[in-house]
Design a protein around this ligand. Structure first.
Ligand code: GLN
Length: 479
C-alpha cells in the first residue's frame, strides 16, 4: 500500500484540486474489475451512483466549495447498513428485493463529508459468523490467499480494503466482526465505545452489543473516519450525548508513561507465531517508553458462553420482524401462520436458524433465569474485572484472533470451533468498551497477524496513541 492510496491523502489531494475524485474512483473500479471475481467482496457494486457522487465532489472543488474531510474517498459499506433506494440484504434471502426507504446515519454523515460509495459488501448472514461463509450469496475470499477465508462477519468490508477495492469501508462488530476480519486481512479495524457511533439504520443483530466502525489501511484513516462518523445522534436512543471523538491529536503523541496491561490469565490456545507477535508488540511499546503491567481478567474465559446466550436472545427478538409481511421475501401458503413459517424456513440460513432457536430457548419461561439471567450476571462480572484492570493499566493488549486466516470450509461443520475465533474480541462488546486491531507482522504461511488494543469506555484517544506506535513499530517497518 503506498501513501497515495490512504483515505487521508486522497481527501487532501482532492480538496487541493491536485487529483479529481473521478480519476481516483476509476482506479478503484479498475481494481474491482480485475480481482472481484476471485475475492467476492461485494454483494453489489454501485459504480453509477459512485460516479455521480465523485462528479459532485469534483464540481464542488471546481466551484471553490470544500467537499469535506473525506473528499473523493471511495468507501464500501457492509450490506447491513441501510442505503436509501439501494438493496440492503444482510446477505440473507429473506431480505431479497428490499430497498430501504432511508439512509443509516453513518451513510448520511460520510456522504456529507464527501465520501464516494462504491458498493455493499458481503457478510455472514445477519452478521452471524466469523468467516463470511454463512452468506446466502457465497463466500468472500482472503486477498492474501484466496483459498482462505477473510474472517467475518464483515469479511467483505475487510477484503475490499485489503484488495484496494475501496480506500476504507464500514463494518459492524457485535462480538468481533470488525476486528477479527481486519486481523485476518491485514488491515486496521476499530470497534468504538458502544454509543459513540449511531446505530440508526444498522440492521439489528444484538442491539446491546452492535457497533459500527471503520476498516482502513492505516491507523490515521480510522481516526479520520471515526471523527466524521461519531457524535450524538438523536435517532439512536443509545447514542451518547457528546460531540464527535477527537483522535487526530493522539496520533502524534508518543506512548511514554502509558501503562500497557498484559493479561496473566489470558485464555490459551493461540498460534505460537501469534503469541510471538504479541510479545514483540509489548517489547516495542516498552522500548518506546511505556510500562508493561500485569492485569487479571478471571471472568474473560466465560465471555464466549455469556455472549452465545445474550446475542442469540437479542437476535431471536430482533429477527421476529422478518415475517413475509413487512420486508423482502414472502413464500405464499394457505393461511397466515403457515405463510410465516414457510417464509422463515426458506428465507433464513442454517446459522441464523440455530441462533433463533438458541435465543428463543434461553428466553423461554422456566429457562430465562438459568440461561439469559445467568449470562447477564457474567456480563456484569466481566465489566467489573475490566474496571479493576483499568485501575492499573491505561490500555490492554491481546491477540485479535487466536489463529490466522483458515482454509475455506475448514470450520463450517463445527460451529463451536468457529465461535472460538472470537474469544479475545467478545469481552469488549459485553463491556461496551472500544478496541481495535492493528496489523503486526505475519504468522503461519506468512499470513497477517493483528494485535488488539483494548481501552476503557471513551478511551479511544489513548487507544489510538498506542495503535499509532504499534503501526510505527510493526515488523516490516512503518507503512
Ligand atoms: N462471530 C461472532 C458471531 O458469530 C461475532 C459476530 C459479529 O460481531 N457480528 O456472533
Amino acid at each position: 500500500m503506498n501513501q497515495q492510496s490512504s483515505a487521508s491523502s486522497i481527501a487532501e489531494s482532492v480538496r487541493r484540486g491536485e487529483r479529481t475524485a473521478t480519476e481516483i474512483l476509476e482506479s478503484y473500479l479498475a481494481n474491482i474489475d480485475r480481482r472481484e471475481k476471485d475475492i467476492h467482496a461485494f454483494n453489489l457494486v454501485t459504480a453509477e451512483q459512485a460516479r455521480a457522487m465523485a462528479a459532485k465532489v469534483d464540481a464542488d472543488v471546481a466551484a471553490g466549495r470544500d467537499p469535506g474531510p473525506l473528499a473523493g474517498v471511495p468507501i464500501a459499506l457492509k450490506d447491513n447498513m441501510c442505503t436509501r433506494g439501494v438493496p440492503t440484504t444482510c446477505s440473507s434471502r429473506i431480505l431479497e428485493g428490499w430497498k430501504p426507504p432511508y439512509d443509516a446515519t453513518v451513510v448520511t454523515r460520510l456522504a456529507a463529508a464527501g465520501a464516494v460509495f462504491v458498493g455493499k459488501t458481503n457478510l455472514d448472514e445477519f452478521a452471524m459468523g466469523s468467516s463470511t461463509e454463512n452468506s446466502a450469496f457465497g463466500v468472500t475470499y482472503n486477498p492474501h490467499d484466496t483459498s482462505r477465508v477473510a474472517g467475518g462477519s464483515s469479511g467483505g468490508s475487510a477484503a475490499a480494503v485489503a484488495a484496494e477495492f475501496a480506500a476504507a469501508s464500514l463494518g459492524s462488530d457485535t462480538g468481533g466482526s470488525i476486528r477479527q476480519p481486519a486481523a485476518l486481512c491485514g488491515v486496521v479495524g476499530v470497534k468504538p465505545t458502544y454509543g459513540t457511533v449511531s446505530r440508526y439504520g444498522l440492521v439489528a443483530f444484538a442491539s446491546s452489543l452492535d457497533q459500527i466502525g471503520p476498516f482502513t489501511t492505516d491507523v490515521r484513516d480510522s481516526a479520520l473516519l471515526l471523527e466524521v462518523m461519531s457524535g450524538h445522534d438523536p435517532l439512536d436512543s443509545t447514542s451518547i450525548p457528546q460531540p464527535p471523538l477527537s483522535l487526530m491529536p493522539a496520533l502524534d503523541q508518543d506512548v511514554k508513561g502509558l501503562r500497557i496491561g498484559r493479561i496473566t490469565d489470558l485464555p490459551a490456545g493461540s498460534d505460537p507465531e501469534i503469541e510471538a507477535r504479541l510479545a514483540e508488540a509489548f517489547a516495542a511499546l516498552a522500548a518506546a517508553g511505556a510500562t508493561i503491567v500485569d492485569v487479571e481478567l478471571p471472568s474473560m474465559k466465560y465471555g464466549l458462553t455469556a455472549y452465545y446466550l445474550i446475542a442469540p436472545a437479542e437476535a431471536s427478538s430482533n429477527l421476529a420482524r422478518y415475517d413475509g409481511v413487512r420486508y423482502g421475501r414472502r413464500v405464499d401458503a394457505p393461511d397466515t401462520n403457515a405463510m410465516y413459517g414457510a417464509t422463515r424456513a426458506a428465507g433464513f440460513g442454517e446459522e441464523v436458524k440455530r441462533r433463533i432457536m438458541l435465543g428463543t430457548y434461553a428466553l423461554s419461561a422456566g429457562y430465562y433465569d438459568a440461561y439469559y439471567g445467568k449470562a447477564l450476571k457474567v456480563r456484569r462480572l466481566i465489566s467489573d474485572d475490566f474496571a479493576r484492570a483499568y485501575q492499573k493499566a491505561d490500555v490492554i493488549l491481546t491477540p485479535t484472533s487466536p489463529i490466522v486466516a483458515f482454509p475455506v470450509g475448514a470450520k463450517v461443520d463445527d460451529p463451536l470451533s468457529m465461535y472460538l475465533c472470537d474469544v479475545f474480541t467478545i469481552p469488549t462488546n459485553l463491556a461496551g468498551h472500544p478496541a481495535m486491531s492493528v496489523p503486526f507482522g505475519t504468522g503461519a504461511e506468512g499470513l497477517p497477524v493483528g494485535v488488539q488494543v483494548l481501552a476503557p469506555t471513551l478511551g479511544e484517544a489513548t487507544m489510538f496513541r498506542v495503535a499509532a506506535q504499534l503501526e510505527r513499530s510493526a515488523p516490516g517497518g512503518a507503512r
